[in-house]
Ligand binder design. Sequence first.
Ligand code: HEC
Ligand code: HEC
Ligand code: HEC
Ligand code: HEC
Ligand code: HEC
Ligand code: HEC
Ligand code: HEC
Ligand code: HEC
Length: 435
Amino acid sequence: MRLRKSASILIITTFVIGGALFLNEALSEETPESKTSCVQCHEKIMPGQVADWRSSRHFEEDITCSDCHGENHKNEEDANLVTLPDERVCAECHEEQFEQFVKGKHNFGWSSLNAMAVTHVEPDELMEGGGGCGGCHNMGIKTDVQKKELREKGQRYRNNSCDECHTRHSFSKKEALDPRACQQCHMGYDHPQWEMWSSSKHGSRWFTRKDGYLPESSAAPKCQDCHMPEGNHENRTAWGFMGVRLPLPEDPQWAADRVTILKALGVLSPETGKPTKRYETIKALDFVRLTQESWEKEREKMIKTCNKCHSIDFARKQLEMGDSMMKNADRLTADAINMVAGLYADGILTKPDNYLFAYPDFFYFMRTGGGNLEQASHIEQVLFQMYMKHRMRTYQGFFHVNPDYAYWYGWAMMTKDHAEIRENAETMRATYKLN
Ligand code: HEC
Ligand code: HEC
Ligand code: HEC
Ligand code: HEC
Ligand code: HEC
Ligand code: HEC
Ligand code: HEC
Ligand code: HEC
C-alpha cells in the first residue's frame, strides 16, 4: 500500500512536470498485467460493477480489483479461485473503523441470530442464504468456524459487513451518511426505527431541508448523528433492543415483572429462578448492559448529543419518560406471560418437545411449539407479538419522538393483545374442563 501511494505521488509529480503523455506511459509501466485485465474483462461481462468502482474513492486512490480479490483467478474458467474479501481485508487500510466496529453491537449480528432457537428450525434460504433474518444479521464479523459452516452449506458469499452501509463497489462515505443506508434493516415488524424517525419532526425536518425548503444550516438529526457521532463505528444504546438490564429496578413490582420477562426469554429458569446457559450467551453477545455504570455511560452520551440542539433538562426528561413507559409496558407483558404460564402449569398447554421448560419461550419467536406446527399455540403467538412487536414499539416510538408509534402502534395494541390473551385463556380453561 505504502509503495503504491508513493508510486502515485511520483506519477502525479511526473504529470505536473511532463504532461499527459508521460502519465500514460508511467501508468502502463507501473500497472501489472493482471490488474488491468480484471477490469478489461469484467467491464464487458458486468459493466455495472466496474462503473461503481470507477466512481469510488478507491479508483481515485488506485485501489483496484486485485487489491481486494487477489490474483489467483485469471480467466472465465477459474472464478472459484477468487478471494471474497472479509472485513480484515478492509482493515489492512482502515484499521480505525475496523477496530471501532469490532467493539460495537453491529459486530454481533450474525452470532446473535445464531443464538436464537428459531434460527435452527427455519429454512436455510432465509438464514444462511440471506433472504430473511440472515439478510440483516449478516452484519458482524464471522468466526472461522462460522465461515466453515456456511461453506459446508454451500454458501460462498456475504463475507463482509462493511458493504452493508457503504455498498460495493462504490464504497461511498456519502451513501453511508444518508439515513437510507440504515433503512433496509432498521424497519418493519420489531424495530421500525426508519418509519418512526422519518415521520417524526426530526425526520420530516431532514427531508424538508434536503428538498431545499430549510436552509442547509438548520438542525435536523438523522440516525448517524445520534448513533454514530463523530463517525464512530462502535454503536450501542443504553437499553438496546431487548429493553432489559441489570441490576433489576428498585421498584419491587417492576423488578418482579422483569424477572417474569427474563423467564420467558429462558435466561432465568422458570423452575428455579436461577440463570440458565442462555444467560451466558446474552452476556457474551452484549445483549444487555450488565451494570448500572455501563447503562449510564450510553445514556449520558446520548443526552450530550441531544444537547447539541436541546437543553439537557429537556432531553433527560424526555428519555426518563421513555424509561417509565417501558415500566408500564413491562407490567402488561408480565401479566400476560403469567396467564399463559398458568395454562402450562395446569396442563392445559403441554410443553413442546423442543422447549426448555413448560413455559412460554420467546427464543422461538413466532414458531411457538418449538418449530413443530402441531405443537404451536395461537395464544402464545399473540403473547409473542405483544412482547416483540408492540412492547418494543411503545418505547422505541417514544425514544424516536414518534407519538403515533408510541401510542397506537405500541401501547394501544398491547392492551388489545392483553384482552385477547385473557379471553383466550378463559375459553381454553372452560373447554378443557368440558373435555
Ligand atoms: C477473461 C475474463 C476474466 C478476467 C481476466 C478476470 N475475470 Fe473475474 N470473472 C470472470 C468470469 C466469467 C466470472 C464468473 C462470472 C459469473 O459467475 O457470472 C468472474 C468472477 C469474478 C468474481 C466473482 C466470483 C464469484 O464467486 O462470484 C470476482 C470477485 C472476480 N471475478 C474478480 C476478478 C479479479 C480480481 C480479476 C483480476 C485478478 C479477474 N476477475 C479477472 C472473468 C474474468
Ligand atoms: C489497499 C488499501 C485499501 C483497501 C484494502 C480498502 N481501502 Fe477503502 N480506501 C482506501 C484509501 C486510500 C481511501 C481514500 C482515503 C481514505 O478515505 O482513507 C479509501 C477510502 C474508503 C472510504 C471512504 C470513501 C469516501 O467516499 O470518502 C470507504 C467507505 C472505504 N474506503 C471502505 C473500504 C472497505 C469497506 C474496504 C473493504 C471491502 C476497503 N475500503 C478496502 C484504501 C483501501
Ligand atoms: C429487516 C432486518 C432484520 C430481519 C429480517 C431480522 N432482524 Fe433481528 N435485528 C435486526 C435489527 C436492525 C436489530 C436491532 C434492533 C434494535 O436494536 O432495535 C435486530 C435485533 C435482533 C436481536 C437482538 C440482538 C441484541 O443484541 O439485542 C436478535 C436476537 C435478532 N434480531 C434475531 C433475529 C432472528 C432470529 C430473525 C429471524 C427470525 C431476525 N432477527 C430477523 C434486523 C433484522
Ligand atoms: C475495496 C475492496 C474491493 C475492490 C477494490 C473490489 N471489490 Fe469486488 N467485492 C468486494 C467485496 C467486499 C465483495 C463482497 C464479498 C462477499 O460478499 O463475500 C465483492 C464482491 C465482488 C463480486 C461478487 C459479488 C457480486 O455482486 O457479483 C464480484 C463479481 C466483484 N466483487 C468484482 C470486482 C471487480 C471486477 C473489481 C474491480 C473493478 C472489484 N470487485 C473491486 C470488495 C472489493
Ligand atoms: C435524535 C436522536 C436519534 C435519532 C435521529 C435516531 N435515534 Fe435511534 N435512538 C435514540 C435514542 C434516545 C434511543 C434510546 C436510547 C436508550 O436506550 O437510552 C435510540 C434507540 C435506538 C435503537 C435501539 C432500540 C430502540 O429503538 O430503542 C436503535 C436500533 C436505533 N435507535 C436506531 C436508529 C435508526 C436506524 C435511526 C434512523 C432511522 C435512529 N435510530 C434515529 C435516538 C435517536
Ligand atoms: C452502520 C453503517 C456502517 C457500517 C456497517 C460501516 N460503516 Fe464505515 N462509515 C459509516 C458512516 C456513517 C461513515 C461516515 C462517518 C462520518 O464521517 O461521520 C463511515 C465512514 C467510513 C470511512 C471514511 C472515514 C473518513 O472520515 O474518511 C471509512 C474508511 C469506513 N467508513 C470504513 C468502514 C469499514 C472498514 C467498515 C467495516 C469494518 C465500515 N466502514 C462499516 C457507516 C458504516
Ligand atoms: C445490514 C443490516 C443493518 C444495517 C444496514 C444497519 N444495521 Fe444497525 N443493526 C443491525 C443488527 C442486526 C443489529 C443488532 C446486532 C446484534 O445482534 O447485536 C443492529 C444494531 C444497531 C444498534 C444497536 C442497538 C442496541 O442494541 O443498542 C444501533 C444503534 C444501530 N444498529 C444503528 C444503525 C444505524 C444508525 C445504521 C445506519 C447508519 C444501521 N444501524 C445500519 C443491522 C443493520
Ligand atoms: C441536530 C439537532 C437536534 C438533535 C441532536 C436532537 N433534536 Fe430533538 N428536535 C430538533 C428540532 C429542530 C425539533 C423540532 C422542534 C419543534 O417541533 O418546534 C426537535 C423536536 C424534538 C421533540 C418534539 C418537539 C417538542 O418540542 O416536544 C422532542 C421530544 C425531541 N426533539 C427530543 C430529542 C431528544 C431526546 C434528542 C436526543 C436523543 C434530540 N431531540 C436530539 C432538533 C434536534
